[in-house]
Write a protein that binds this ligand. Structure first.
Ligand code: BGC
Length: 364
């Protein structure tokens, strides 16, 4: 069986009967469903014609939003009264497979997954033609739009669940991208204005030395850092076009600082999680950029590298511990949480997306 087929099988096997996708079935901390991971997994299922799987996932998200929409109401009330809001009062980043908040503490205040979900739902509708879902799910879509519209400029944890006191460029990419995609159906002036506002914020606050920065620090009023998730600005969210000069400089910086010439892509230079190895999802993201910009050889090199990280059963890990940025942390994490998560469903999803994109681009 080739890795594409194996990846589809692994994802389908690990989707719960409720519709949620477990992040990784063999890793205790990842036995939950993250909205963020799930969105890309569902997209991969849509690209391979497994619409039933992605439809079930979106239905699961709707059920979760319905269950926790009271939290958004409470937050908005507190916002109006200018009352302090606690981290745990925000919508969570991950849920049990049944769709409950997990009882163990987690850095849950993350907005990117909900923005990405608006994008993912739009793609699902575009691919399947299920436009009726816009009406059917209009209440829950509204809750998320209101949530993002009111809190997008608050600091939050980023997609790596770090740096809670910063405003993260890739989080803003998910929010602006999600809002603008869903607005292709809603056609609201208010949402267009909001998207422009977030995009202007990124241009004004999240740029340094001609490239996009990892985050904006509201305490120092400075932007800083590089992170491979900045690729999300263009793929898939199209907040900026791949030809945008600042985006191009960002890619060049990612290539200089985070790409291993004979390996994959790191998350960010300060990464210490399992020693800061090379991530499958991010290597796929850079390859996605190479495909879209006609850099076919470089894309294939990364595809082959990703394939080389699969085990005999075709399981892809979250990251591989080669070219570690902080080797002294590797053993620490293995002792704490066990071996690196494998299979990671998001890694499989990104591999599927990549293969679909390259086949489509070059009519293979
Ligand atoms: C990553 C998140 C991811 C989660 C589950 C974490 O280690 O930082 O981006 O959503 O794992 O895969």
């Amino acid at each position: 069986m080739n890795l594409l087929e194996a990846s589809i099988k692994i994802i389908l096997k690990n989707q719960s009967k409720y519709g949620s996708y477990i992040a990784s079935p063999n890793f205790k901390q990842y036995m939950y469903c993250w909205i963020r991971d799930g969105v890309f997994i569902a997209y991969a299922m849509d690209l391979t014609g497994h619409h039933k799987s992605s439809r079930l996932f979106h239905k699961w998200v709707i059920m979760v939003i319905e269950k926790y929409s009271w939290k958004v109401k409470c937050l908005l009330k507190k916002l109006r009264k200018r009352e302090k809001r606690e981290e745990n009062e925000y919508l969570h980043a991950r849920y049990t497979l049944e769709g409950h908040e997990a009882s163990t503490p987690w850095p849950n205040k993350q907005f990117d997954g909900y923005g990405a979900w608006l994008w993912g739902l739009t793609e699902h509708i575009k691919i399947t033609g299920e436009e009726y879902l816009i009406d059917k799910y209009s209440d829950q879509i509204k809750v998320i739009i209101e949530y993002l519209a009111n809190f997008w400029n608050e600091p939050s944890y980023d997609c790596w669940e770090e740096n809670p006191d910063k405003i993260h460029t890739s989080t803003l990419a998910c929010i602006a991208g999600g809002l603008s995609h869903i607005n292709s159906y809603l056609k609201s002036n208010e949402i267009s204005k909001l998207v422009n506002k977030i995009t202007s914020f990124i241009k004004d606050k999240c740029v340094i030395e001609g490239h996009f920065a990892k985050f904006y620090d509201p305490h120092t009023n400075r932007a800083k850092g590089v992170d491979a998730s900045l690729l999300w600005l263009a793929y898939p969210f199209r907040v900026f076009e791949p030809e945008d000069p600042q985006f191009r400089s960002t890619v060049a910086l990612i290539e200089r600082e985070l790409l291993e010439p004979d390996g994959g892509v790191h998350r960010h230079p300060e990464d210490t999680y399992y020693g800061g190895g090379e991530w499958i999802i991010l290597s796929a993201w850079l390859a996605w950029h190479y495909i879209e910009t006609g850099r076919k050889e470089e894309a294939w090199r990364l595809i082959e590298w990703i394939e080389s990280t699969a085990d005999d059963q075709g399981n892809l890990p979250e990251q591989v511990p080669h070219h570690l940025l902080a080797p002294e942390y590797y053993e620490y994490w293995v002792r704490k949480w066990g071996p690196i998560a494998k299979p990671l469903l998001w890694s499989h999803a990104m591999y599927i997306i990549l293969k679909k994109k390259i086949y489509h681009k070059y009519s293979l």
